[in-house]
Design a protein around this ligand. Sequence first.
Ligand SMILES: *[C@@H]1O[C@H](CO)[C@@H](O)[C@H](O)[C@H]1NC(C)=O
Length: 337
Amino acid sequence: MKLQRTLIFSLLYILILLPHATISLRILNQCDRKTLPDRKSLRTDQFTVLINGYSELRISLLINIAGVYAASPIVAAVVVIWGNPLTSAKTLDSLSSNFSLIYSSGAPVTVHRQKSKSLNSRFLPRRWIKTRGVLICDDDVEVDPKSFEFAFRVWQVNQDRLIGLFGRSHGLDLRRKEWIYTVDQDRYSIVLTKFMMLDVEYLYLYSCGGGDDDYSELRGVVDNMHNCEDILMNFVVADASGRGPILVGAERVRDWGDARNEVMMGRREKEVDVGLSSVKRGLGEHRKRRGECLREFHKILDRMPLRYSYGKVVNSISEQGLCEKRGKLVPCDKQIF
Ligand SMILES: *[C@@H]1O[C@H](CO)[C@@H](O)[C@H](O)[C@H]1NC(C)=O
């Protein structure tokens, strides 16, 4: 009788634990170094582009953006990580074959469906990444080749840091005594995944932890908030390197997710509409949620690893140097003193 009861209890126990065991097994597998390429074999003279794709409305734009990257000699591969679970396999297959047709020369362009809905899976370590440098970017940000190639050169000599084009800040609200998410004129501590260049090792650190740090509780916050995976990456990198990100000035950037383009590009309204952080969704609400993330991350870690950086690195050796004027980059020869 007693044996029977023990058996039943063990069986129940196994049934309850089994789903959890398989989940952690899957993560474990992705974190198994043996399944990933040896770091020494990774190229440093080229980088891999991971584009987060989501909206079917933006596919034509995505095709253009991928093509610009694929044409660059310092890009090893372009991979579209498709995050919209509602997109049919047929559409993705068609996109895939269009890529191989249009961009048969240059770097290969492929499409991967993101298997999990979690925003954390944007940063999963991938066995098919063959370079140390990785560019994470969105499907609605167009950057000219000169600028992303310059950003890569900046990364090559600052491999421990995040390189970005869009800066934000954490700040302390002295009255409420709490961390807030904001934009400062003269400093930044966060770069956005609209354009973020980083060492592939940070994907591993984010997803699998390292040393004493296991970021699983922080990744849980990202899942609960459906937001802030980019902020968490800034935490992870600043925590590991003790340094802030580097903002690079680009010559030509077009951010379709930014509602400021709306007036300028009226006919593209649809594409603007679906921008994740578009002004229409309420910038205030967006900032508030991002502030909540900062406070949660801080609470769990019990420290604030984010570091401020100042100024922007600009490509002054190009024929037309860029100068900063009232927070905007303008060609130096047009600068009025
Ligand atoms: C692929 O190209 C064909 C022919 O130009 C087009 O009809 C189709 O919509 C494209 N597929 C995608 C997903 O863009």
